[in-house]
Design a protein around this ligand. Structure first.
Ligand SMILES: Nc1ncnc2c1ncn2[C@@H]1O[C@H](COP(=O)(O)OP(=O)(O)OP(=O)(O)O)[C@@H](O)[C@H]1O
Ligand SMILES: [Mg+2]
Length: 235
């Protein structure tokens, strides 16, 4: 049984129509699972469903064997979910270090060790710790966002487009760091626009179309699937 299981999640925003239709995904310890698909497919919505920000009227979310379907996002953070949303994922008018401190808001123990770990994962953040996060480059901001999520010592890390708007070199760098986090045993569930590169590092891949699972398999399987290549990977 995987560490995180979203099963047949169906629901939408407020009283609006359903956006997700029996969407299922899972990720286990040591794995990276990647969600890809066209704009508006519901990738961010699927992440929000897992995180408890969506009105899911059928289906379930299970974390480490526990059904958490009815828990609030706050309660899910306490259970060990770390979530980096697609937008507004840092406090631009605060320093890098203040952002990391904010990330640790649920903790009552000493956070210095975790901060040191974040700085060793992202050394540039240590150099820039007293700068306002808003002054950083796109890739550095994403490092702050991931670092902020790591400050809760999550048992699961969810990243919505962590490489949005960065150069290919910075993207490779960020993927390397994400792999490093996954090797520490934290399962990673990630939405990616850079589908081909993301599937290359994915143990599990999901192609979402109109809120439904269109294809799933290992990253390798999806990269080799002619239909997936033609429709979603540019041939
Ligand atoms: N807060 C919201 N309220 C109502 N509808 C929303 C909301 N957020 C997204 N939607 C709708 O849900 C559908 C899926 O959007 P979503 O943002 O999940 O797609 P996505 O796959 O993440 O797209 P992108 O690649 O552009 O990030 C779209 O039709 C969108 O208009
Ligand atoms: Mg999105």
């Amino acid at each position: 049984m995987s560490f995180l299981i979203g099963k047949d999640m169906t629901g939408g925003y407020g009283k609006g129509p359903d956006i997700l239709h029996a969407c299922s995904l899972e990720v286990d310890k040591g794995e990276i699972a990647v969600i890809v698909g066209p704009n508006g497919a519901g990738k961010s919505t699927a992440m929000k469903a897992v995180f408890g920000m969506l009105n899911v009227h059928s289906g379930s979310v299970t974390l480490d064997g526990e059904d958490i379907t009815t828990l609030s996002p706050q309660a899910r953070v306490i259970k060990g979910m770390g979530f980096v949303p697609q937008t507004h994922n840092i406090f631009t008018s605060m320093t890098v270090e203040e952002n990391l401190e904010m990330g640790a808001f649920i903790r009552t123990d000493d956070i210095q060790d975790t901060m040191d770990q974040v700085y060793s994962l992202f050394p540039i953040l240590k150099d820039k710790r007293h700068q306002h996060a808003g002054e950083l480059s796109g890739g550095q901001r994403q490092q702050v966002a991931v670092g902020r999520a790591l400050m809760t010592k999550p048992k699961l890390l969810m990243l919505d487009e962590p490489t949005a708007g960065v150069s290919p070199i910075v993207m490779d760098e960020l993927f390397d760091r994400i792999i490093e986090v996954s090797r520490t045993g934290i399962p990673i569930l990630m939405v990616e626009q850079n589908a081909r590169q993301a599937l290359e590092i994915a143990d599990k891949g999901y192609v979402l179309v109109q809120g439904k699972n269109a294809y799933s398999g290992t990253g390798k399987e999806l990269l080799a699937d002619p239909e997936v290549r033609k429709s979603f990977l540019g041939g």
